[in-house]
Write a protein that binds this ligand. Structure first.
Ligand code: KG4
Ligand code: ZN
Length: 335
């Protein structure tokens, strides 16, 4: 089955072609990051308009790369949510329009299921069951994954997502959006001993997270150093380091707990923050210690992309799922 995957939930237009026999055949991505950077965050209306401009050329590009035409497609999968409603509607209506014209099935996919299954596209995919840590700009979740569609939420953030916290802390330090990679770069120069931020919600049992308090710590540290006339480049790096250490340490502690609680030996880490090098280094040490293994998507599939949607959609389409004809799904809030 050849499945075209379409991702338009936020600020990346992603398109890919997944073949259930051959694997990933082609993928293309257009990132709107530069366009939103001037505003310090994603502007929903601009995002929708840009998806409208980019999507059809990207679909054509993927088909050309694969040496196929539209009529070679067997099905279409698109991100149905969660995300920005206008952005989602661009992907949903394009997918439904094409599917209708071609007379093929179409299916709306949950964005986080895409992230969760992204490591399955790689050469050595994890076997089920596994624990998944999903860390993106909108979500921080630990999930017990028994198979496709068999997910049990073990814990999640009660306030900000880890990526969101990175972005907000970056803003306080005068860095651009998205701030995650920029904080990580700045933190490399930071002194890990100068400041220490708390590890929220690790002093009690449970697998939930809370990252909004770390914003306050970042702001307080920034203001105090500024008032003392000490907010130089080194101080900003030290704050970035303290912030990153606190987030990473918290994520590692909760992953350790989730592995203990489930008795599982495989840990999948996906979503934008899974690109963080410090997190990977710490998790590698942790999994080595317990004879477990961590699995990641390749770099470009850590953040939003069409390949994960094509893959997740293909699994469900193969199981016979599809949208009703003409009923497109655009679900901004979807648990
Ligand atoms: O999964 P994603 O592309 O979009 C959502 O579905 O949210 O994740 C984007 C998030 C942003 O908050 C960004 O700052 C963060 O992932 N991010 C990182 C890194 N690369 C991206 N955070 C920390 N370290 C990184 N290297
Ligand atoms: Zn995402």
């Amino acid at each position: 089955m050849r499945v075209l995957g379409i991702e338009t939930s936020c600020d990346e237009t992603g398109v890919a072609l997944f073949d259930s026999k051959r694997g990933l055949v082609a993928d293309a991505l257009y990132s709107q990051v530069a366009m939103h950077a001037d505003y310090g965050g994603v502007v929903p209306e601009l995002a929708s308009r840009d998806h409208t401009r980019r999507l059809l050329p990207l679909i054509q590009q993927v088909l050309d790369e694969a040496g196929l035409t539209r009529t070679d497609l067997d099905a279409i999968a698109y991100t149905a949510g969660p995300g920005l409603v206008g952005a989602l509607m661009v992907g949903a209506s394009t997918a439904h329009g094409m599917a209708r014209a071609l007379g093929i099935p179409v299916l709306g996919v949950h964005h986080m299921e895409g992230h969760l299954l992204a490591p399955m596209i790689e050469d050595e995919p994890p076997a089920f069951p596994f624990v998944a840590l999903l860390v993106s700009g909108g979500h921080t979740q630990l999930v017990d994954v028994q198979g496709i569609g068999r997910y049990r939420l073990l814990g999640e953030s009660v306030d900000d997502a880890a990526g969101e916290a990175f972005d907000k802390a970056a803003k306080m330090l005068g860095l651009d959006y998205p701030g995650g990679p920029l904080i990580a770069r700045l933190a490399e120069q930071g002194d890990p001993k100068r400041l220490r931020f708390p590890r929220p919600m690790t002093d009690r049992p449970g697998l939930d997270f809370s990252f909004s308090g770390l914003k306050t710590h970042t702001l307080t540290a920034t203001r105090q150093l500024e008032a003392a006339g000490d907010l130089d480049e080194q101080a900003r790096a030290d704050i970035a380091r303290a912030f990153e250490e606190a987030v990473v340490d918290t994520l590692v502690i909760k992953c350790r707990r989730a592995l203990d609680q489930t008795g599982l030996k495989r840990l999948v880490v996906a979503g934008g923050v899974s690109a963080n090098a410090r997190l990977r280094e710490r998790l590698a040490r942790e999994t080595d210690k317990r004879g477990a293994r961590a699995y990641y998507p390749r770099g470009r599939f850590c953040t939003d992309n069409g390949a994960m949607i094509a893959y997740a959609g293909a699994q469900r389409l193969l199981a016979g799922e599809h949208d009703e004809l003409g009923i497109m799904q655009a679900v901004p809030r979807w648990p």
